[in-house]
Design a protein around this ligand. Sequence first.
Ligand code: SAM
Ligand code: SF4
Length: 344
Amino acid sequence: MAATTTLSNTPATDPVIDPFGRSITYLRVSVTDRCDFRCVYCMAEDMTFLPKKDILTLDELDRVCSAFVRMGVRKLRLTGGEPLVRRGIMNLINGLGRHLESGLLDELTLTTNGSQLERFADQLYAAGMRRINVSLDTLDPDLFKKLTRWGRLDQVLRGIQAAKDAGLKIKINAVALKGVNDGELDRLIAWCGDEGFDLTLIEVMPMGDIGEQRVDQYWPLSMVRADLAQRWTLEESDHKTGGPARYFDVKETGGRLGFITPMTHNFCESCNRVRLTCTGMLYLCLGQNDSADLKEVVRAAESDGPLEDAIRAAIALKPKGHDFIIDRRRRPAAVPRHMSTTGG
Ligand code: SAM
Ligand code: SF4
């Protein structure tokens, strides 16, 4: 069944402003907690997934996303879990594409592990998507297998090629893991330069219990950058994507390299986003537990008024910032949710 086309599509209002004066114009939506990979820094191998009744249907997801769009959100990113393993996901994406056509939305995009791109790339482009993020931490097939547990590098590379052929602009995201993929970054930088992909490096964040000492994986990007600068000429760039990355031009490749540094550099003061989980929980900050349950509101009323009121009330609770700390004295994860719950 196609995602709803009957829902109201009234013009956008000005964005909702939070108590710290930040306009909320960016919604990230985790459309499923499931995934076909089990990346070591993201999930335990024996994850228990949520029962179907707890998950918003595609129509409910469309309703909540559309309410945000009417309330001034200009950018929607679908994530997960792996968004492309959710059954019927193209119905949701095609449905949300109407907001691009109407001009209410500037961008509809996706963060994916790339495993299903070969199948979906053309459809994503046809739905109005123009840019996607693909997570890829290494170009070494054995290390890829070790890191993702269940993934296959050749399948992901075919997916990335299909996305490129379809006309999608690609940004590669790599989590920097000390002692794990340190030796891979030069190869990733060179490859992204050759392929014309931007590359963003991400610090590992203390989310969810994954049964490993995260402090052992944590590698501050300030150190990564100092190391890379010995081999690459990195020139500060004023490029912005609406996300929290700081970009540098890599002179040798002509490509762009971004750093997302939630741990070493707090970027909360310019945060314009909120996050919706597949169960309808709205999280106001990736690194805090402040949230509002929109599922109950959506299921309780057919009209969207109560939903819009609940969104406004939730944004009024957006905290000033996160307080991630990775340290040996704080063994439990700082935030108990896995990244796959809130979406990266
Ligand atoms: N499955 C999709 C993917 O891998 O791109 C989308 C969801 S995944 C949770 C989104 C991003 O979060 C990925 O780039 C992943 O590397 C990153 N991620 C997962 N756990 C993380 C953690 N603990 N710290 C930092 N990044 C993490
Ligand atoms: Fe799946 Fe993405 Fe988490 Fe890897 S990072 S386990 S691909 S949700």
